[in-house]
Every structure is written in structure tokens, then in C-alpha cells.
Design a protein around this ligand. Structure first.
Ligand code: 1HA
Length: 272
């Protein structure tokens, strides 16, 4: 059993393609259509954290085991009052933390979707930067049928992807949509035959991996920035600091402080 950040994984598989720059996180509960329970989500967060920290990883694939489902959302059989309950008996909505983690991860995250992506699973798919779907993929919200809703990114990100009318249709009617329909409404990036899903996903990953990691990182932050308010600006701003710390000008300040002398910024240009 692979151990990530100290503990063994049960609900999730985590793989890295040696020398490729690709990490893959697979929700591994096919008997439940890859529904997540608190443990699943916690394990996914550990994997995403590892993928973020690993300098050899440039792209992360998120997928579900088998061809029947990407993810069917929260596991309704462990839903208690106030959230989804694990062995510690504490009700949790910790998938919300996972959504934020995917959003903030400074590397592209690609959803590779076969079968059902519904409920909280469809929202995870929306949080990913790119979605490659198999022709058997099915998308939709079931929340209003099972007494749930996602009024966070599940609503705000949805409306940005598909527009107001369609977002209201998806949430109010709780219908299911096929891959072609999802493509037409802007929920996903492309549709491929199921047997070519992994191959096509790797093509997209390798194309991304050829590009400047810093450009990708700043672009992801930039594309998030306005939508995410102060948190979005903080993410984008952090990249400015990261780049500034790599300049002579930034380091003059640090050196002067450590050498107990006044900083000399006179040689640095003031660009128009
Ligand atoms: O809205 C939120 C949140 C909002 C805010 C904050 C946090 C949130 C966290 C989560 C969620 C949600 O995700 S709410 C939405 C929860 N998900 C659903 O309502 C989907 C329920 N599942 C289905 O509609 C269908 O199973 C399916 C369309 C995905 C697949 O249908 P299919 O192929 O006909 O298979 P089915 O026979 O229904 O399912 C196979 C097995 O998997 C069944 O178990 P079995 O009878 O064999 O013992 C089924 O019960 C189980 N299963 C599937 N999905 C779930 C599930 N068990 C528990 N929870 C599931 N989500």
C-alpha cells in the first residue's frame, strides 16, 4: 500500500510516471461509483499536497477507477446530520477544502472523466483546469434530489462556465447530460472515445509540460484572480513575490539587512 505523507492510502491510488512530470490521483471506490467519504477526500488532499511539493511533477491527473464513474459525489450512506461521517464520528464537508486545494494548486490539474461525474463529483471536475471526457461520460447535479446543494464553487464556477440560464437549468431540474452536451455548454474541453481517454489525456499533459512552468503557474493564478477576490489577488501576488525574490534588487534588500548596512537600490532601473 503506498504511503503518502505518513499514512497508507485506502480509497485512492496515487501514481507518478517516472521521469514524465505527471502525477495521477485515482478515486478507487468503483463499487460506489467512486463516491467520496471523508477518508477519500482526506487522502486526495494528501496526494495533491505531495504533487504540489514534488518539483518533478508538472501536471496532475484526477480520475476515477473504472469506466463507469469519475465520481458520484458524496457517499450518501455515510451522510449524517451536518456532513459526511468517518470513524471519528465528526460530520465533515471536507470536499470543500479539496476544491480550494485544486483551485490553488500552482500546476495544471486535468480531470480525466469516464462515466458518471455527478453531484460533488461533477463539481470536482469543474474545479480542475481542463477536463477530458470519454464519450460515455455523464454530467449533472443530483443535489436537489437527495437534499443537498453546493452554493460555493459548485454554483459560482458553474455559472462562469455555462452561463446563468444553463446553470439554473442544471441545478433546478437535476437532469443528466451526455459528453457532447457538456462540451457544447462549456463544462469540459474535449470528448474522445473511451478507449482513447488515457492516451488523449497524456497528449494534453505532455503538450502542457513542454511549456514554461512559471508561465503556467502565473496564468493559473491570473485566471483565478478576479473570480476569487482577495484570495485570488493573494495567489497572483504571491507569484510576484516569488519572482522578485529571484532578482538582484530583491536580494540587495535582504543582504543589506543581514550585513547591517543601508540598502543601495540606486543601480536598479525604474521602468516606465
Ligand atoms: O452536494 C454535495 C455537497 C455540497 C456542499 C458541500 C459538500 C458536498 C459534498 C457532496 C455533495 C454531493 O455530492 S450531493 C450528491 C450525491 N450524489 C448523488 O446523489 C449521486 C447518487 N448516485 C446516482 O445517482 C447513481 O448511482 C449514478 C447516476 C451515479 C450511477 O447510476 P448507476 O450506474 O445506475 O449505478 P447505481 O446502481 O445507482 O449505483 C451502483 C452502486 O453505487 C449502488 O450501490 P448498491 O446498490 O450496488 O449497493 C449505489 O447505491 C452506489 N452509489 C452510487 N453513488 C453513490 C452510491 N452510494 C453512495 N453515495 C453515492 N453518491
Amino acid at each position: 500500500i503506498p504511503v503518502v505523507h505518513g499514512e497508507a492510502l485506502q480509497d485512492v491510488r496515487y501514481e507518478k510516471a517516472e521521469g514524465e512530470g505527471i502525477a495521477k490521483i485515482t478515486i478507487n471506490r468503483p463499487e460506489k461509483r467512486n463516491a467520496f467519504r471523508p477518508q477519500t477526500t482526506e487522502e486526495m488532499m494528501r496526494c495533491f499536497s505531495d504533487a504540489r511539493d514534488d518539483p518533478d511533477v508538472g501536471v496532475v491527473i484526477l480520475t476515477g477507477e473504472g469506466a463507469q464513474a469519475f465520481c458520484s459525489g458524496g457517499d450518501q450512506s455515510v451522510r449524517g446530520e451536518g456532513g459526511y461521517v468517518g470513524p471519528d464520528k465528526i460530520p465533515r464537508l471536507n470536499v470543500l477544502d479539496l476544491q480550494v486545494q485544486i483551485r490553488r494548486l500552482p500546476k495544471p490539474v486535468i480531470a480525466m472523466v469516464a462515466g458518471y461525474a455527478v453531484g460533488g463529483g461533477q463539481i470536482l471536475q469543474m474545479m480542475c483546469d481542463i477536463t477530458i471526457a470519454a464519450d460515455n461520460a455523464v454530467f449533472g447535479q443530483t443535489g436537489p434530489k437527495v437534499g443537498s446543494f453546493d452554493a460555493g464553487y459548485g454554483s459560482t464556477q458553474m455559472v462562469r462556465l455555462v452561463g446563468q440560464k444553463k446553470a439554473r437549468e442544471i441545478w433546478f431540474l437535476a437532469r443528466l447530460y451526455n459528453a457532447q452536451q457538456a462540451l457544447e455548454m462549456g463544462l469540459i474541453n474535449t470528448v474522445v472515445p473511451l478507449e482513447r481517454l488515457e492516451e488523449e489525456t497524456l497528449v494534453w499533459c505532455r503538450e502542457i509540460l513542454r511549456n514554461s512552468p512559471t508561465a503556467l503557474r502565473v496564468l493559473k493564478a491570473a485566471l483565478n484572480a478576479a473570480e476569487d477576490g482577495q484570495a485570488g489577488i493573494q495567489e497572483l501576488g504571491g507569484n510576484a513575490t516569488l519572482l522578485f525574490y529571484q532578482t538582484e534588487e530583491g536580494n540587495e534588500g535582504r543582504r543589506a539587512y543581514l550585513e547591517k548596512r543601508p540598502p543601495d537600490f540606486s543601480k536598479f532601473p525604474r521602468f516606465p
